[in-house]
Design a protein. Structure first.
Length: 405
C-alpha cells in the first residue's frame, strides 16, 4: 500500500501537481514514504506534492519542510554556480557536452526539486590539460590524482559545486562497457544545444541523451542497482521530447548491447505507475512486443536506492553481477580477489603497479570485514545471495544469456 502511494505521489509530482485535498495518508504510510524518498533522494519532489495532506503534527511537519527547503536551496545554489561556470568556460572558447544533472532537471516542473549531487561534462581526451587549467583558474580544485588511464576527474568549488569531467562516458577498464563507449566515440550529429535560463548549453540530441540515460542506468543496474530517480529521468525525457526521438535508432543501439529488455521494463514501469504516455511520444512497437513483466524489476529498483546503495550487502553484491556480465566466475573468491582493472579508486596503487595487487586484495578484505554487520544482513553470504537473485533478473531481461551464471 505505502509503495503504491509513493509511486502515485511521484506520478503527481512529475506533473507539477499536488495531491488532492481529500487524499488520506496515515502516519505510518507517511513514515515509509519519507524513508523511501530519502533513500532515493527525491524528498523535495515528494514532500512538495504531499504536504497539503501530510498527517504529521505541526512540529514534525515543520522539520520536514525545513529539510526540504534546505535541499532545494542547496540545489539552486549549485545550479547557478554551474551556469556561471559554463558561461566562463564559453568565454575561454570551451564548450563541453553536458549530460544528466542540469539537462534532466531542466524538463522537470520545478527543476531544483530534482536533486543532483554533481554535474557531468564530456570532453575529448586531448583537451584534458586545457580543461584542467581552465577549471583551476575558475577556482575549482581537482580530486586527488587518480590513475593515468581513468576516464573521469572530479573538481570541487567552495560553493558546493561538484563537476565530473569525462573523457568517456563509461569506464574504459571494464570490457562490458566497451560497446557503450563506442556509441559516443564520434559525436558528429549527436549533439545539440538547449537554453537553461540565459545560457546556451551543448548536450546530446534527444535520441542520444535518452540512450545515454538508459545505458547509464543499466551500468548501475548490472552493478548494485538503480533507483527510482533515474527511472523518472528517463520517463521525463521520453515524454518531453516524444516524437523528436528517433526510436528506430535508439532500439537498434539497445539491441546491439542486449539492453532492449531493460529499456522496455523501465518504460512499462513508467506507463503503469508514473504517467508515461507511450502513444503520444511514438513509443516503438518493437519494445511493446517484448511484453516485459515489470513487477520484479520495480521491486529491485525500489529496494536499491540511489545507485544501489540501500544496503552494504547490496553494494557488495555488485561484484557478483558485474562478474556475470563480464563472463567471469561469480563466486566469493572472485568477489574478494577481482582483476586489477575492476578495483575501485581506493586501490589505484595496484592499477599502477601489478606487483601490489595482493596488497590491494588484503586491503579490500580488511575494509569489507570492517563493514560487515550481521544484524543488518550485511554478510558475505547475503551479498552472494543478493547477487545471485539479481543475476536471475538480468537473465529475465535478456541482459545475460540463460547459460551464464
Amino acid at each position: 500500500m505505502a509503495e503504491t502511494l509513493f509511486l502515485q505521489i511521484l506520478k503527481t509530482a512529475l506533473r507539477g501537481e499536488k495531491l488532492p485535498c481529500d487524499s488520506e495518508i496515515s502516519s505510518d504510510d507517511m513514515d515509509y514514504i519519507v524513508r523511501l524518498s530519502e533513500l532515493h533522494r527525491v524528498l523535495p519532489l515528494v514532500f512538495d506534492c504531499v504536504y497539503p495532506v501530510c498527517p504529521y503534527e505541526e512540529s514534525r511537519q515543520a522539520e520536514l519542510r525545513r529539510r526540504t527547503k534546505l535541499l532545494v536551496m542547496q540545489q539552486t545554489v549549485r545550479t547557478e554556480a554551474f551556469l556561471n561556470l559554463y558561461r566562463e568556460l564559453q568565454k575561454k572558447g570551451l564548450e563541453p557536452v553536458v549530460v544528466k544533472g542540469i539537462v534532466c532537471r531542466s524538463i522537470y516542473p520545478n527543476p531544483d526539486f530534482r536533486f543532483s549531487a554533481d554535474e557531468d561534462m564530456l570532453i575529448l581526451s586531448e583537451e584534458s590539460a586545457v580543461y584542467d587549467e581552465a577549471l583551476r583558474s575558475l577556482l575549482l580544485r581537482p580530486q586527488q590524482k587518480r590513475s593515468e588511464s581513468y576516464y573521469e576527474t572530479s573538481y570541487f568549488s567552495d560553493d558546493g559545486l561538484h563537476i565530473e569531467v569525462h573523457t568517456s562516458l563509461f569506464s574504459t577498464e571494464i570490457s562490458y562497457f566497451d560497446e557503450f563507449n563506442s556509441i559516443f566515440e564520434n559525436l558528429q550529429g549527436k549533439t545539440d544545444y538547449i537554453h537553461i535560463e540565459d545560457v546556451k548549453i551543448r548536450t546530446l540530441t534527444p535520441t542520444y541523451h535518452l540512450l545515454f540515460l538508459i545505458l547509464h542506468a543499466l551500468k548501475h543496474f548490472v552493478h548494485s542497482g538503480v533507483g527510482i530517480r533515474q527511472i523518472c529521468d528517463m520517463i521525463m525525457t521520453a515524454q518531453h521530447y516524444g516524437k523528436e526521438i528517433d526510436w528506430d535508432v535508439l532500439v537498434k543501439e539497445l539491441e546491439k548491447i542486449g539492453a532492449e529488455g531493460f529499456a522496455a521494463g523501465v518504460f512499462t514501469i513508467g506507463e503503469k505507475y508514473l504517467g508515461f504516455d507511450m502513444n503520444s511520444c511514438g513509443y516503438p512497437e518493437k519494445l511493446k512486443e517484448l511484453d516485459i513483466d515489470e513487477k520484479v524489476l520495480l521491486r529491485d529498483i525500489l529496494c536499491a536506492g540511489v545507485y544501489g546503495g540501500a544496503t552494504m550487502s547490496r553494494r557488495h553484491s555488485g561484484g557478483v553481477t558485474l562478474s556475470a556480465v563480464e563472463g567471469e566466475k561469480s563466486g566469493l573468491a572472485h568477489r574478494l580477489f577481482p582483476k586489477r582493472e575492476n578495483l575501485d579508486s581506493r586501490y589505484d596503487y595496484a592499477k599502477k603497479n601489478p606487483l601490489l595487487l595482493p596488497a590491494a586484495w588484503i586491503h579490500r578484505i580488511i575494509n569489507y570485514l570492517g563493514e560487515v554487520d550481521a544484524k543488518e544482513g550485511n554478510t558475505p553470504s547475503e551479498a552472494i545471495r543478493t547477487g545471485k537473485s539479481r543475476i536471475s533478473l538480468l537473465k529475465e531481461l535478456g541482459i545475460l544469456p540463460e547459460n551464464k551464471s
